[in-house]
Design a protein around this ligand. Structure first.
Ligand code: MGD
Ligand code: MGD
Ligand code: SF4
Ligand code: MO
Length: 729
């Protein structure tokens, strides 16, 4: 093959190696029954899937019955996980922009060009002028490789992930409250609770198998949903409290005050295991019943019903997702939920917890090992001790490690606008669709001197803007581990051959390292399992210690292992939760009670923009920007193909809007055409648009939580205009 003849030795080796490229050799563990277990590559539930193989290649799959997560169940995306791999728009060879068009080139040329351009930019504008944006959807081994290569090798200072759009709020809330980013629960808690409080979390759509776990609860639980919308989950609940958008902090602050006032707290637990009660009580003063009712729109009776259920519960679990995280005050809202769990002693016991449910298959891996917000292993870039520890484990100089975390996603975008960042490497995320305030972002990306995009497809909104496109293998085409929401490390296996010359991200990082002249520094990073060994070492002694996981075979045999599992600890039980001993990760072992005053929403509605726009997941068959799920005919058949917005039938009647009518949804930043879907799921004055359609983020407002810098995708002001008319001034 001509292209291959032009490749350098490492590239040639990778392109010929059956392990990385083809399926020439079938790992021994796959042979006997022509079926192997892997974990799903979509959501953070982390279901176990059996892949059925013929001659070593996947032909079909079914949910694994023995896996402790999904117990034989899978959602439509899991069942269809193989479909996106064979799509015709797969990136099969590196592409480089020449004369305005992307043209095929060799791996050697592509990686050479990337290295040469990034180096040139760094030489002209300083090390900080090249940054990366990565993802919660590659393996932990790949994330660690990328973060270490970029920051300790290539000297990049700034790098962030799409987890900023997603989990940053929960991370900061946990770090401040518990002393470490540690979701405490295990999925069995869904089955053990007698009261389940779901806040801004639409499990039926976003985590269907976790909803199935609730359905297995034998304690006839009270299921309480706090969500402005009457979602599929709210419909199935026993209580639904439709609060005003972004009034979660007033609500939970109000509950904290009420519980303190009535003495509905677990005094012994609070005294022994928390600090900050006095300051909490002082802050809680402001959250009066009147204010809570006014801010949330709930009546005093509704609040009483909610509070009473939590108070009477013996095992109360609180769960939250994007309704909380994507907010201008998400961190403090999450902490108010944590406060309530701590005050009532609902933590560390079966069926309890202040539990953030994460989003992507490996968001949890990224939280620990992407080397973006925190230094490898959940450490702190600013701590000399932490830097020293990492340097000695990696056998690299401490001087190479930046002394601060670097810019957050929005600051990287600002940096491009300001001309400080001129080169960007985007891996496994599609910001041109998913980032907030899209119009500005598209303009911003066009200012880059060099945009490198590493993706499975050539057609994503971001890939089409690339100067250089690196074709990546996807889930199922490579080995590695994911960490799910309940901290379970699961093994992903290569069951299909990547098309054309596409390479696993792992191997692309190897090529970049070699070409950058770092081959020696990364000699030990020779395979995913070798890197897993390095990660084990990096985890040792940390709260996330999994040094007791001896390797991939153990993960495979055990059905995944939850961290922590220190070396020498007994073989894992099926389920584990944190804080059973009441000891938290702050130096004094105590959890912090943190409450702050609520702030007004940044963009309130007014006469010109009278509707609050919320965005989020639309169906269980659509994944994010749909680069993968839209490739499956089955998933396409299960979800609306045209963009639509939900509005209340009363609003539709008042404005004379017919079901299915095309309307313009207009915000101060832009507009989209979408079809009206009148439904009582949203209240009058509120609108919901699924995030899966490319134009949605034209409308959203670039507002961020000040502590987590997570975008507030779930509230901005819009108006509705019939096609052909101008918005009222
Ligand atoms: N099918 C499918 N599943 C997915 C994904 C997908 O794209 N498709 N993505 C995965 C990822 S990465 C993530 S992060 C998760 C997200 O999972 P979820 O967070 O459950 O999903 P969302 O629809 O974004 O938001 C949840 C709910 O928040 C509500 N909400 C909006 N504003 C507020 C508010 O102010 N307060 C409260 N209490 N609620 C509010 C919305 O009405 C919505 O019902 O899903 C994961 N699972
Ligand atoms: N309006 C609005 N916007 C939102 C949200 C919202 O609720 N409302 N939610 C936000 C949230 S929570 C999230 S998580 C983000 C998600 O936003 P994105 O990360 O932009 O969404 P994805 O479609 O998952 O993009 C993943 C990309 O990686 C590629 N890919 C998949 N697997 C691999 C792989 O193994 N290697 C490589 N190199 N590439 C791969 C896919 O083809 C795709 O292009 O969206 C955010 N945006
Ligand atoms: S619930 Fe999540 S992990 Fe399970 S099959 Fe569906 S997408 Fe995959
Ligand atoms: Mo997410």
């Amino acid at each position: 093959m001509k292209l291959r003849e032009r490749e350098g030795p490492l590239t040639r080796e990778l392109l010929q190696s059956p392990e990385s490229f083809g399926l020439g050799r079938v790992p021994a563990r796959l042979l006997p029954d022509a079926r192997t277990r892997t974990v799903c590559g979509f959501c953070s539930t982390g279901c176990g899937l059996d892949v059925h193989l013929r001659e070593g290649a996947a032909i079909n799959l079914s949910p694994n019955a023995g896996y402790p997560v999904n117990l034989g169940m899978a959602c439509p995306k899991g069942w269809e996980a193989l479909a996106p791999l064979s799509s015709s728009d797969r990136a099969t060879q590196p592409l480089v922009r020449q004369g305005g068009r992307l043209r095929p080139t060799s791996w050697d040329d592509a990686v050479g060009t990337m290295v040469q351009r990034f180096r040139a930019i760094q030489e002209r504008h300083g090390r900080e002028s090249v940054a990366f944006l990565s993802t919660g959807q590659i393996t932990t081994e790949e994330m660690a490789f990328l973060g270490t290569l970029a920051k300790l090798g290539m000297g990049l200072v700034h790098g962030d992930g799409n987890t900023r759009q997603c989990m940053a709020t929960a991370v900061v809330a946990y770090k401040q409250s518990f002393g470490f980013d540690a979701p405490p629960y295990t999925y069995a808690d869904f089955e053990e609770s007698d009261v389940i409080v779901l806040v801004g979390s639409n499990l039926c759509i976003a985590h269907p198998i976790l909803w199935e776990r609730i359905a297995r609860n034998k304690h006839r639980p009270e299921i309480i949903v706090v969500d402005p919308r009457r979602t599929e989950t709210a419909m199935a609940a026993t209580q639904h409290h439709a609060i005003r958008p972004k009034s979660d902090l007033p609500l939970f602050g109000g509950l904290v005050r009420l519980f303190l006032e009535r003495g509905w707290i677990d005094k012994a637990f609070v005294e022994a295991h928390t600090s900050g009660l006095e300051a909490l009580a002082a802050q809680a003063e402001a959250f009066t019943l009147e204010r809570t009712c006014e801010a949330t729109g709930l009546s005093a009776e509704q609040l009483e019903t909610l509070a009473g259920a939590i108070h009477r519960g013996k095992r109360v679990s609180f769960w939250w997702t994007m309704g909380i995280n994507q907010s201008h005050e998400g961190v403090r809202a999450a902490q108010a939920i944590i406060d309530l769990a701590l005050l009532t002693g609902n933590i560390g016991r079966p069926g309890t917890g202040a539990n953030s449910i994460t989003g992507q298959c490996n968001a949890m891996g990224s939280r620990l090992f992407s080397n973006t917000t925190s230094l490898l292993g959940g450490r702190d870039f600013a701590s000399a001790g932490d830097r020293q520890e990492v340097a000695s484990i990696l056998g690299m100089s401490e001087q190479r490690i930046p002394h601060h975390a670097g810019l957050a996603y929005d600051q990287i975008v600002e940096g491009i606008l300001a001309g400080k960042i001129r080169g960007l490497w985007v891996i496994g995320t599609n910001p041109a669709h998913s980032w907030i305030n899209q119009h500005d972002l598209h303009e911003t990306l066009s200012r880059l001197e060099c945009l490198v995009v590493q993706d499975m497809y050539t057609t994503t909104e971001t890939a089409v803007r690339a100067d250089l496109l690196l074709p990546a293998a996807g889930w199922g085409e490579k080995d590695g581990t994911f960490i799910n929401s309940e901290r379970r490390i699961g093994l992903c296996k290569k069951v299909a051959r990547a098309p054309g010359q596409a390479l696993a991200d792992f191997h692309i990082f190897q090529l970049v390292a070699a070409r950058w002249g770092l081959g020696g520094a990364f000699r030990e990073w020779s395979s995913p399992e070798a890197v897993f060994e390095i990660l084990r070492k990096l985890s040792r002694g940390r709260p996330c210690d999994f040094s007791g996981v001896t390797g991939y075979d153990m993960l495979d045999a055990a059905g995944g292992v939850q961290w922590p599992l220190p070396e020498g600890a007994p073989l894992p039980e099926r389920e584990r939760r944190l804080f059973a001993d009441g000891k938290f990760f702050h130096a004094d072992g105590r959890a912090r009670l943190i409450l702050e005053a609520s702030r007004p929403v940044p963009e309130p509605t007014n006469g010109a923009f009278p509707f609050v726009l919320m965005t989020g997941r639309g169906s269980s068959s659509q994944w994010h920007t749909q680069t993968r799920t839209a490739k499956s005919p089955v998933l396409r058949a299960l979800s609306p193909q045209q963009i639509y917005f939900e509005l209340n039938p009363a609003d539709a009647r008042r404005l004379g809007i017919e079901p299915g009518q095309w309307m313009r949804v207009v915000s101060r930043r832009g507009e989209v055409r979408a079809r009206a879907f009148p439904t009582h799921c949203v209240r009058a004055g509120e609108i919901f648009l699924p995030m899966h359609y490319a134009e949605v983020n034209r409308l959203t407002l670039a507002v961020f939580d000040p502590h987590s810098r997570q975008p507030a995708y779930k509230a901005c002001a819009v108006t509705l205009v019939p096609e052909g008319e101008a918005p009222a001034a």
